[in-house]
Design a protein around this ligand. Structure first.
Ligand code: SAM
Length: 313
């Protein structure tokens, strides 16, 4: 038996020695132990084995709408236990993100459709959609937003669902990603609020006055692209490559955004681990770094007035 055989982990027997049926918690414990021992990368919706084990188990048992601890002792059928086992083994063998295997990603509290045509939703911008951006701006009072580099459309759709008065344009260069965005727009029935457009950054974006431009553009520096974990290789490469210092798209957005913002409008942009690169590219600009729920400061907020005054290049 190999060191990584599933049989090295807690028993998959469908009954305890006591004769009781296996529970959701038995299945979660098995899956978590199996994932913990495996060479997989977290970061596509979960950051640890137990959370991913819970996600897989509740997905298979169709109990995602339940609070996990409260259903831990619920019996699980043999069929579901076996399906979870197969799912976890496929996750480990192929190193695909779980989200792709189950065609499901959770973002800003909503369950999105996802497949390999678009990056798995995980942007920190989801936290600010849920928590708002006060005192800088009141998202519920805004009329028009742009999700630039929208991928699966998760930011645009979550904005529309959370702020029902908001009209959102969602643009991306990648036609395949936009097909996924359209699936999500249909799924949540926000066709009246969200419109997709294919555009190389601002090229085909109408010069409307947006109250908010939200963007999670590609921002991985060139030299880090070769070191990305296997899970990232299943995602579209176009989603990552951010040029030599990771700021290729960020720079262009900083230069152009003011032309597309209303007078009181804001740009909200995520840029990963490129804080030092950004601060040294524009040493005179006092960037406002926002802290997400995971205590990371990878998002900046700028007003139109600041963008105009500084004249980014
Ligand atoms: C990091 S992903 C973010 C996707 C989505 N907003 C999210 O948070 O899940 C970056 C997106 O930028 C898109 N992209 C890459 N180059 C682009 C360009 N020149 N113009 C517009 N979008 C581009 C990619 O196709 C990808 O969907």
């Amino acid at each position: 038996m190999s060191a990584t055989s599933p049989h090295d982990y807690p028993s998959l027997d469908k009954t305890h020695s006591s004769g009781q049926l296996s529970t959701i918690d038995d299945c979660v414990s098995w899956a978590a132990a199996r994932l913990d021992q495996a060479d997989v990368f977290w970061g596509h919706g979960c950051n640890n084995a137990r959370d991913e084990a819970i996600w897989a188990t509740l997905h298979v048992t169709d109990l995602m709408d339940q609070e996990y601890p409260e259903i831990a002792s619920t019996p699980i059928s043999e069929q579901d236990y076996s399906t979870v086992r197969d799912l976890i083994e496929t996750r480990i063998r192929t190193q695909q993100p779980l989200a792709y295997l189950i065609r499901e990603a959770w973002f800003a509290g909503y369950k999105f459709y996802i497949d390999e045509r678009a990056i798995v939703p995980r942007s920190h911008l989801g936290d600010f959609i849920q928590d708002g951006l006060e005192p800088w701006t009141d998202l519920s009072s805004l009329q028009r937003a742009l999700d630039l580099c929208c991928g699966s459309g998760c930011i645009a759709v979550a904005l529309a669902l959370t702020y029902p008065k908001l009209i959102v344009d969602a643009s991306d260069l990648d036609a395949s990603a936009l097909e996924v965005a359209k699936i999500n727009i249909d799924r949540f029935q926000v066709e009246d609020q969200v419109q997709v457009m294919q555009s190389d950054l601002f090229q085909n974006v109408p010069v409307r006055k947006y109250d908010l431009i939200a963007s999670n553009p590609p921002y991985i520096p060139s030299e880090e692209l070769d070191e990305l974990p296997e899970e990232y290789l299943h995602e579209p490469n176009l989603a990552f490559a951010g040029g030599e210092d990771g700021l290729k798209f960020v720079r262009q957005i900083l230069i152009q955004a003011a032309d597309y913002l209303s007078d009181k409008g804001h740009l909200l942009i995520e840029l990963g681990n490129n804080a030092d690169a950004l601060e040294s590219a524009y040493p005179d600009f006092p960037f406002l770094w926002l802290t997400s729920r995971s205590e990371e400061s990878v998002v900046v907020l700028l007003s139109k007035e600041e963008l105009q005054r500084y004249k980014f290049q």
